[in-house]
Design a protein around this ligand. Structure first.
Ligand code: ACO
Length: 443
């Protein structure tokens, strides 16, 4: 018999609510008819307890530190896969065959260059524009070139568009960096693999080719794999929200970039390194800085610590922590901020303030360190996160349009949360001459 939960309302009436059970045994109370049947809505500020959709892409168990892409543990994916194979797994649900990998590789290569007229848009941004603002604008602009008819008709068209976005987000990101520095844009090379090609476009100069070490390429590829999807986080929920209004893939992905930009989300990797630089410049000891965080009156958080879902450890952080150690040894990088990071990590992990609130280093703590060691400029950190997250956004966009695989539910209804209004109740109009300073004037 199907499981139900019973809700007893203040007037004593009862409502049976179906319980939906996920494939990993997660249980959710389906309240989709709550308002129509009772007039009540559920209130869940910041959605901490709300399942906004059914999804078959990524599974997370925050208590046990489990993360799986399409059923494959992240540790296995990180060890065995490349970013491009991971992208295919995330978008299409299965590990690709050799033939599928080769076809997708060809599509990535064919779609790596930007159309010549498209390149001219970069000139419209003032020097020192943030690469995230250029990236979001250019992804939106790309739709006019890639998908002028706006409609994706069939699987082949979807594959082409997915390859184009994954390939071009990297080309645009490198070009955004170059144009933010008023340097000439570098063309992609057709003989380089995905991550090497990005490093080439970002770091080569017209007069000097940049050749990354194997360790650098592998570390960056690992970074991209670990960021490829993370179920209903802020930016992915944004992509789904925009997609639910039937906006095209490019508009939805551009919205994802904007949502990712914030310091509490994708911007945290940049914020971690800014914090390390600030500690160094201020001359504060790590103990003194931690005391300021705990004091709360300064309103500062230990960036790169804490996570809404992971309450014991972030499995991505554990993988990156090991990679950081290997990379620093291999590249012989010395940077005083990296020493501060290690001290900070040790101090916080043995401090009751953090352990009692179950605040552990998240992926951004170590990714900030890895990107610093790789010589990636600070304002490109979140851009790299966006390159990594693109497969997840594409897969989630596709789910909104056709339902999770095996569920064939068809396009999702438009996302439209309710609210509990706490503003003024109905009132009389006040003439301008009679308004007091408390009255909000036109803005
Ligand atoms: N430093 C100090 N205290 C913190 C931190 C932190 N980094 N994070 C949470 N806390 C405290 C809060 O002040 C709160 O304390 P209280 O209960 O005494 O009031 C308690 O821990 C719970 O915090 P919430 O804000 O309720 O946790 P929430 O789940 O809403 O936020 C978040 C999660 C945004 C990640 C938060 O931990 C944070 O701001 N961390 C720093 C930014 C960061 O690293 N973001 C990256 C997230 S991962 C990602 O996007 C890929």
């Amino acid at each position: 018999m199907a499981e139900t939960a019973t809700l007893i309302l203040p007037d004593g009436s009862r409502l049976d609510l179906p319980v939906v059970v996920g494939t990993e045994g997660e249980r959710a109370i389906d309240i989709s008819h709550l308002r129509s049947e009772t007039g009540y809505v559920a209130l869940d500020d910041a959605y901490g307890n709300t399942g906004s959709c059914l999804s078959a892409i990524t599974y997370i168990d925050g208590e046990r530190g489990v993360l799986r892409y399409r059923g494959y543990p992240i540790e296995l994916v990180a060890q065995k896969s490349t970013f491009i194979e991971t992208a295919q797994l995330i978008i299409w649900g299965e590990l690709p065959t050799t033939e599928q990998r080769m076809r997708f590789s060809e599509l990535l290569t064919e779609n790596s260059s930007m159309p010549e007229e498209f390149r001219s848009h970069f000139a419209g941004f003032p020097a020192h524009s943030h690469p995230m603002s250029i990236l979001s604008a250019m992804i939106n602009a790309l739709q006019s070139y890639d998908l002028p008819g706006l409609i994706i008709d069939d699987h082949e068209e979807f594959e082409r568009v997915a390859a184009s976005l994954i390939s071009k987000v990297r080309t645009i990101a490198a070009a955004a960096y170059k144009s933010s520095r008023s340097e000439p844009i570098i063309y992609p090379r057709y003989d380089l693999a995905y991550t090497d090609n990005f490093l080439h476009m970002m770091k080569s100069k017209p007069y000097k080719e940049y050749v990354p070490t194997k360790a650098a390429t592998r570390a960056l590829d690992l970074f991209l794999i670990l960021h490829a999807d993370h179920e209903q986080n802020c930016s992915t929920s944004t992509v789904r929200m925009v997609a639910s209004g039937q906006a095209n893939l490019y508009a939805s992905a551009a919205a994802g970039v904007c949502a990712l930009w914030g310091r509490l989300h994708g911007g945290a990797n940049q914020a971690v390194v800014e914090m390390l630089s600030e500690i160094r410049a201020s001359g504060l000891t790590v103990t003194e800085y931690i005391a300021r965080v705990k004091d709360r009156s300064a309103g500062i958080r230990l960036m790169g610590f804490g996570h809404r879902v992971y309450r014991n450890f972030d499995p991505r952080a554990q993988i990156l922590k090991r990679a950081v150690d290997d990379l620093l040894d291999e590249l012989h990088v010395t940077d005083p901020r990296l020493d501060i990071a290690r001290e900070l990590e040790a101090a916080a992990l043995s401090d009751d303030y953090f352990t009692s609130r179950r605040l552990y280093p998240n992926v951004d703590f170590y990714s900030g360190i890895i990107l610093t060691a790789l010589g990636i400029p600070l304002d490109m950190f979140t851009v790299l996160f966006a390159i990594g997250r693109m497969p997840g956004w594409i897969a989630n966009w596709a789910e909104v349009h056709s339902g999770p695989r095996g569920y064939a539910t068809g396009p999702s209804r438009i996302y439209r949360p309710r609210q509990v209004y706490v503003g003024a109740t109905e009132r009389e109009w006040t003439l301008q001459s009679q308004r007091t300073v408390d009255v909000v004037t036109d803005r």
